[in-house]
Design a protein around this ligand. Structure first.
Ligand SMILES: NC(=O)C[C@H](N)C(=O)O
Length: 352
């Protein structure tokens, strides 16, 4: 007898999912946004699939063990591949977490998210959620329909982390491939491998094994309750763009962003955030006009240090410290809600 193939369209997409309640277990809320963890493809062995297809209920169905760890409630906040993530979803997520975190019966949060921009959303939440309750982002590198899909194990580990009393006050973390990484430090460093996430400067803050969390590092930079950013009444974030550095650079891209109304520009500089000389005059002109310019690096690890090979004082630029370009962009967007003063923004890059 021929088996009927389940098509993505056949899977119901409930907006809110409630499961059986056990009063002895902590309550964990899953806020789902899509990603490969909810992805489906025609072939179980290929890398071709569409992200953000399956609803939370389908993801949870693959991890029945999770109901022994927590009472799980799900909300579908978005359903996209994280290459389509945007400021609107960030603000919606942060506001929803802040609202739900006030409830005494909520223990922690799991955010299912695509991995492409997971580090940016994680940092945005790290700087804007006002709670010490666990907030755990999780994704997958293989779609839900692939052989050896990594999503179910990652999701189970994330639920374990969000349900644990030991996870309080650790800031926002990303749970991938057994490891927990601080939102500040984590970077996606492989395009397709399940071991894609690293914190190249700091290492992981903990891991999940046998359904138990072990923490061995504590994020010391400011986050969550100690962060100064309040997005309660924010409906739009300042426009901040990124310019990539390379030899023989043409400053046309930088100038185009200035002309398109960017309030801030991050340079993915070479080495220690260094700049091709043709960028210097346009940068000086931009900072003189009040556009914030942050020097980060395309290297992928290490710090960008102030006034090392580049004259930050003279150019009016800010050094990104350990923030890679895409993360420096997140912090700069939030910083610009408060100030465009070079010194004040520099202090924020050293504080978070
Ligand atoms: N592995 C993944 O999740 C990649 C996918 N493009 C996403 O970010 O949604």
């Amino acid at each position: 007898q021929k088996r009927k193939k389940t098509k993505v369209e056949d899977v119901p997409t409930p907006q809110t999912v409630k499961r059986q309640h056990n009063p002895n277990l902590p309550n964990v809320i899953i806020l789902a946004t899509g990603g490969t963890i909810a992805g489906a493809g025609e072939s179980a062995v290929g890398t071709a699939y569409t992200a953000g297809q399956l609803p939370i209920e389908s993801l949870l169905a693959a991890v029945p063990e999770a109901s022994k760890v927590a009472n799980i409630t799900g909300e579908q906040v978005a359903q996209v591949g994280s290459q389509a993530m945007n400021d609107t979803v960030w603000l919606k997520l942060a506001k929803r977490i802040n609202e739900l975190a006030k409830r005494s019966d909520v223990h922690g949060f799991v955010i299912t998210h695509g991995t492409d921009t997971q580090e940016e959303t994680a940092l945005f939440l790290q700087l804007t959620v006002k709670t010490d309750k666990p907030v755990v982002l999780v994704g997958a590198m293989r779609s839900a329909t692939a052989i050896s899909a990594d999503g179910p194990k990652n999701l189970y580990d994330a639920i374990v982390t969000a349900a644990s009393n030991t996870s309080k006050g650790k800031g926002v973390v990303v749970c991938m491939n057994d490891n927990l990484y601080s939102a500040r430090d984590v970077e996606k460093m492989n395009t397709t491998n399940v071991d894609a996430f690293k914190a190249p400067n700091a290492g992981p803050v903990g891991f999940v094994l046998d359904g138990k969390v072990a923490w061995y590092n504590m994020p010391l930079r400011k986050h969550t309750l100690d962060a100064e950013f309040d997005i309660t009444n924010v409906t739009e974030l300042p426009k901040v763009d990124i310019v990539y550095g390379y030899s023989n650079l043409d400053p046309a891209a930088f100038n185009a962003f200035v002309n398109s109304g960017s309030k801030g520009i991050v340079i993915a500089g070479v080495g220690n955030g260094n700049l091709y000389p043709a960028l210097e005059a346009p940068i000086k002109a931009a900072t003189a006009k009040g556009i914030a310019v942050v020097r980060s690096s395309r290297v992928g690890s290490g710090r960008v240090t102030l006034d090392a090979e580049t004259d930050d004082k003279g150019l009016g630029t800010v050094a990104s410290d350990e923030f890679n370009p895409q993360k420096a962009r997140v912090l700069l967007q939030l910083a610009l809600l408060k100030t465009n003063n070079q010194q004040a923004i520099q202090e924020m890059f050293f504080r978070y």
